[in-house]
Each structure stands twice: as structure tokens, then as C-alpha cells.
Ligand binder design. Structure first.
Ligand SMILES: N[C@@H](CCC(=O)N[C@@H](CS)C(=O)NCC(=O)O)C(=O)O
Length: 218
């Protein structure tokens, strides 16, 4: 398989698919295309019919869109979603809510791993998004995380596709200095300490390109 991704510092959708692919245990070749420079659109389109990253290629079959990629990988590696039916239904609900929502937070707190924008990006709508995310994390940890088999520090115990979907939020909370209380805060710490998150962050820090329009606060 090949996974087409964008800049690790900025491309939040790429991070989701990359984490899911790694967590699935499947071997894949990573093809990184720096976004928004001359030629990048053509390069992405040579792999991805939507012109967007991420895109997974498996024996010539292109699967685009982060959530579709998670579902495809989960068919090969069923452990990517929780085993329990109720937990799996809620994992899919919170993943779909992430995929289709939180537009204010995504607009004003773009993923930018290299920056320290503590205190920036807040308005009433962004703060409502943050409150909803904290509520989701607390609810998942309380209802499923601690009771899952296997238990673990992630939303549904063991690391799942739902954690991959919320991973960019964790990097955003770090950049913008958002610190949730209680179980949500412990979940944030566990995610930021995850070896794959650290591997991605190290690669983001080593990237040389910057996208000025994404460096929102200088
Ligand atoms: N809904 C898509 C969003 C994909 C997306 O917006 N990708 C951005 C990068 S994070 C992209 O490819 N931008 C390049 C462009 O629009 O030219 C998904 O879940 O994969």
C-alpha cells in the first residue's frame, strides 16, 4: 500500500490516516507531497481523484478521505474499531462528528505543530467546540475507556480509529495552550505521549517548508 500525505506540520487529515495505517499494523509506503507550492496540486491529482490528501492506494485502488481510509483499513485489521458493539457505534459517532464538524475550531486553531500560539484563536464558537470535545473525551473515557477489554488510556481503551480522528485536536490543544480538566486532560497527555504522535511531531519539526496562510498568528 501507499499512503499519500501532506506536510506533517499542517496536514491534519493526513495525520488521521497515517495513524490509522500505522495502528492497523499494515505495511505501507509513505509519499509526502508538500502542499500549496507550484506543482503540488498536479502531484496530488496524479494519485488522488479528489485532489486532496490523504489518499491510500492498495494494488492500484485509490481510497480517498480520512474516514473512508479508516474504514478500509479496519476491514483488513478489525481491531482498529472497538470490539464491543456499543463502543464501536459510539466510536463511529464521535469520529463522524469530528469529520463533519468543529469548523470554528478548525478555522481559528489550525494544526501547526511547530508553533506556540498559547491563548490565541478563541471566540465564543471556538470555545463551544472545545467544550463539546472535552465532553466527548470525558464521556468516552468514563463509559468505555476504563471498562474496555483491553483497557488503556485512549477513548475506547486500546488505541482506535476514533483516537486517530481526534489526534490533530491534541496537537492543536498543545499549540494553542488549551488544557482540559479531569479525564479529558489525562487523555490529552496520553495521546501526546504516544510514540506514533511523537514520531509524527518530530518529522513535522524537521520539515523546512512553511505555509504562510496557515501560520495564523505570526
Ligand atoms: N474530508 C477530507 C479532507 C481532506 C483535505 O481537506 N485535505 C487537505 C490537506 S489537510 C488538502 O488536501 N488540501 C490541499 C488542497 O486543497 O489543494 C478527508 O477527510 O480526508
Amino acid at each position: 500500500m501507499k499512503l499519500i500525505i501532506g506536510n506533517k506540520n499542517y496536514s491534519s487529515w493526513s495525520l488521521r490516516a497515517w495513524l490509522a495505517a500505522k495502528a492497523s499494523g499494515q505495511q505501507f509506503e509513505e509519499i509526502r507531497i508538500a502542499l500549496f507550492i507550484p506543482g503540488s496540486r498536479e502531484r496530488i491529482l496524479s494519485h488522488s481523484p479528489s485532489g486532496k490528501v490523504p489518499c491510500l492506494i492498495d494494488h492500484g485502488l485509490a481510497i480517498w478521505d480520512s474516514l473512508a481510509i479508516c474504514e478500509y483499513l479496519a476491514e483488513k485489521a478489525p481491531g482498529l474499531w472497538p470490539a464491543n458493539t456499543a463502543a464501536r457505534a459510539i466510536a463511529r459517532s464521535v469520529s463522524a462528528e469530528m469529520h463533519s464538524g468543529f469548523t470554528d475550531l478548525r478555522q481559528h486553531m489550525t494544526m501547526n505543530i511547530r508553533k506556540d500560539y498559547a491563548g490565541q484563536g478563541h471566540n465564543a464558537a471556538v470555545d463551544a467546540n472545545i467544550a463539546r470535545i472535552e465532553a466527548i473525551w470525558n464521556d468516552c473515557r468514563e463509559r468505555f475507556g476504563t471498562q474496555a477489554n483491553p483497557a488503556g488510556p485512549y477513548l475506547f481503551g486500546a488505541f482506535s480509529a476514533a483516537d486517530a480522528m481526534y489526534a490533530p485536536i491534541c496537537f492543536r490543544f498543545k499549540t494553542y495552550g488549551v488544557r482540559p480538566a479531569a479525564a479529558a486532560g489525562e487523555y490529552l497527555d496520553a495521546m501526546l505521549a504516544h510514540p506514533l504522535m511523537q514520531e509524527w511531531a518530530a518529522a513535522a519539526n524537521a520539515e523546512s517548508e512553511s505555509i504562510p496562510s496557515e501560520d495564523l498568528y505570526g
